[in-house]
Design a protein around this ligand. Sequence first.
Ligand code: 7ML
Ligand code: ZN
Length: 880
Amino acid sequence: MYRDSPHPVYLEDYRPPEFLVDRVDLHFDLDPEVTHVEARLDVYRNPAAVRGDGCLQLHGEKLELERIAIDGRDLPPAEYRIEAELLTLHRVPDRFRLETRVCIHPAQNTALEGLYLSGDMLCTQCEPEGFRRITYFLDRPDVMARYRTSLVADKSRYPVLLANGNPVEARDLPDGRHLACWEDPFPKPTYLFALVAGDLRSVEDEYHTASGREVELHIYVEPENLDKCNHAMHSLKKAMRWDEETYGREYDLDVYNIVAVSHFNMGAMENKGLNVFNAKYVLARPDTATDADFQGIGGVIAHEYFHNWTGNRITCRDWFQLSLKEGFTVFREQEFSADMGSRGVKRIQDVRVLRARQFAEDSGPLAHPVRPESYIEINNFYTATVYEKGAELVRMLAHLLGPGLFRKATDLYFERHDGQAVTTEDFVRCMEEASGRDLGQFRRWYSQAGTPELEVSDEHDAATGTYSLRVRQHTPPTPGQPHKEPLHIPLAVGLLDAAGHDQPLRLEGEDEGETEAPIRMLELREDEQSFRFLGIRERPVPSLLRGFSAPVKVRYDYSDEELMFLMAHDSDGFNRWDSGQSLSTRILLQMVAEPGFRVPDGFLMAFRKALRDTGADRALLAEILTLPTESHLGDQMETVDVDGIHRAREALKSHIAAELHADLLAVVEQNREAGPFVLTPEAIGRRSLKNLCLDYLMSGNDGQAPVLCREQFSAHNNMTDDMAALHLLVDDGGPAAETAIAEFYGQWRDDGLVLDKWFAVQATCKRDDTLRRVYGLLSHPDYSMTNPNRVRSLVGAFCMGNQHRFHSADGAGYGFLADRVLELDPLNPQIAARLLHAMARWRRFDSARQGLMRAALERVLGGENLSKDVYEVASKSLAD
Ligand code: 7ML
Ligand code: ZN
């Protein structure tokens, strides 16, 4: 338990650093038990800073200081002070060379921040504040320096030695050791530092930049994974080309290295010239990775590559500006992936994630603005709000400016701020200056938390041909922000005539004959605004928020028929999907309220029509025919009815299975895997539609469906189909489930990433003995508390991916989670804190569950020596 709660850090307390560093020489004598780090820093007083007390304070955690010298003179202990996390030097010159030597212990580092051991490999993770676990330094992003790194290690254990930048030297040393030296010419903050040492092999390729430079590309993996790197390499080259074509941005070093590691807290890390990846986002072969895995790899490879400009060349002034690099980079990846595959499907998938994670965060106790004002532990702020909502803000700016001006604005941003550590304000100012638009009100998006709600009503006057849309915006209060200001919101609309065609749109006040585009970007600024369209003879059906033009909730009183009409006719693919989701959500919520509720025939007819539409994009069709998740349904209710939602969703699925049996079966038959595996959008769509239909069939009581599943499972065509079948067999239960689980384990017990799927499929099982099974798996020999992927695949999958079983009425799931968090916190606080998010929104449940979750959270908060990470999540979740 915390006696004195840890202190928050505030944005308003930001001060420029009193000292800067222009060059850093690091020397590592690497060993998993004891590593020595020598640092030589050229430090100087920052002329732009207010002169303070003359002390220099360096960050350092878990470091054993062995030597410290200024300009070659060893300092006696009286000249410095060491506290838990700071080294203070009293009185230093205006410019001097600081030398330190520290000792660290990578093998004991289970938090996976700083230098640690992943399997047999030594690697680092420094973002956001891991560098201070490597050496004493000004560990803040506005201190940018040029680094030279030399690594010494045993050559047989660590034949590969990598660091940031270009390789400049490599030679053998006595006693079986060797040395490698790397030099990074670009100034960078500490968080982009990286090194890797291991017995690795690499897949190599090369890339010619638009201006004719040659870049060597390497993906380093453990030898057994060499045959799983093709997709990552291919994705990397596509991302490099796209950034040249779309933003005019080229790569800038002679080498680009990627390393896949098995123990990693997050997805990946954009360290300059040396990206370190969670193996999950590099390794893929058709028999080991699903289509979703392949797409995830393409996206993460691109994300990390794009950071080279949005993050590395131009970085963040402080961690409150995290969205400057993350929001923009997520947006860049979303657009890249849209250009490479199906734009509509990508948008649907991104919005699904945004609504499920960010809208949830924004309406709970952990809500915060895209640019937060304070934090206790910065690691807790790598959130859906900073990333996904941040990306939506950039997207809105792109909408408001249009493609030409947006490119002009990003050119200005890259040119003006190259080599600097800047703020979201600097970014918006470039948008403003390049376009001449006033973005004063738009800035509120960065500082105001919460999801705006748009209340839309309409009126049609047939006599004058006038159609008016009235839009009221309202943002509910969030913690610390009781009162909200209106925002500047781009709202894309279209109006459909009775035939389902877009009508030309002319707003009141515009001349006739002016461009009458069928889609209009309305700009909301007031609490309430009206827009009058002229020349609208018949009452239209409005298509609102096309393409999800802003991260808001729209309420308009559609009839079921109008939703079906939009589902069938809207020219905007996103809204075709969204109206289908609204309709099925409405039906499901009615079924929750009234278990005997009859599914409207029109709904089934729309489903059937879609299933028979052989010309359709199957991937899009699969999205349209997927029912909203249980947690999405919960989000739409005043109080989440855990059991009612599960019952209703299962009932609707079996109703669909019974009514549309022949059509579902036909789609499964038509889309069977034929010929060799390919990863084209077409083939991916085929598999996803077929597996969705198989899922529906398994919800019916047709004895043939389990046979189809077992056949598919035994065919071993590819991991997408294997996993889909395994999921369905496991949910179905019985001996076939146990056989499949055992067989899958036997086949994949040596492949960690596939084994993660094996754990997750059992943790997300809908049967009522799932928690018992999960407890059993905790003591499985392949379970490991020190591997984040494994923890996520068992504990995370159960607590975040199985609403019905995690929230069982007896509270057993909550007790399970509290125990896991308390046992993990001393080892890896970041992962412990992430897991605890599963109970943050406890107030949304019935009072019995509220009491149980509250008690579990209080038990966590009462834990001994709690980390700041877990303390912050638990205390904020409980705050009123
Ligand atoms: C988002 C990352 C982190 C944390 C990766 C760590 C990163 C910080 C790092 C989208 C795609 C891939 C990874 C991430 C992600 C949470 C999420 N700088 O590059 O943002
Ligand atoms: Zn990122």
